[in-house]
Design a protein around this ligand. Structure first.
Ligand code: HEM
Length: 132
């Protein structure tokens, strides 16, 4: 199946479990990479969770619109420099997304879907880190 379809289909299930996704994502992230917790010390976790979710939603809904994604993600990437995010943090955030998706999708998650998200996330990293 096409990566786009796999990403869209799997995210449909995340949409129905938004709160669980947000809570688990940050719980997993701080467990996997405790050193990034300090970057979020002044952050309202609920609002931040919403922002992350909305960014993923925008990504999934515009996955074929490379021009829009390039604009939005390169600008988001620049903002992340001021948040203290480093290149080395991107892989662990991707791994955390996958682990969190997997724990929510359970038997609906498979290797093909994982590959589709890995490909998508690699594109996201490229666009977010392009001009920094
Ligand atoms: C798929 C990759 C990522 C996406 C989609 C994403 C999304 C976002 C969004 C939408 C915001 C809010 C921006 C705003 O308020 O205008 C944000 C803030 C932030 N992100 Fe990310 N992010 C990603 C990767 C990372 C990585 C790798 C780090 C490094 C640990 C990181 C750390 C932060 C921090 C510290 C903030 C600021 C929180 C605050 O406002 O206090 N993000 N992110």
């Amino acid at each position: 199946m096409d990566d786009t379809i796999l990403v869209e289909k799997s995210f449909e299930i995340i949409k129905g479990n938004k709160k669980e996704f947000i809570n688990k994502f940050y719980y997993n992230l701080f467990d996997m990479a405790p050193e990034v917790k300090q970057l979020f010390k002044n952050t309202d976790e609920v609002k931040q969770g919403e922002k992350l979710y909305n960014a993923l939603l925008l990504l999934v809904e515009n996955i074929k619109d490379s021009e829009l994604l390039e604009d939005v993600l390169s600008s988001l990437g620049k903002d992340h420099v001021s948040y203290g995010a480093q290149l080395a943090h991107y892989p662990v955030v991707g791994e955390c997304l996958i682990i969190t998706f997997k724990s929510i999708l359970k038997e609906k998650w498979n290797q093909e879907t994982e590959k589709a998200w890995l490909n998508t996330y690699n594109t996201v990293i490229k666009l977010m880190t392009k001009n920094i």
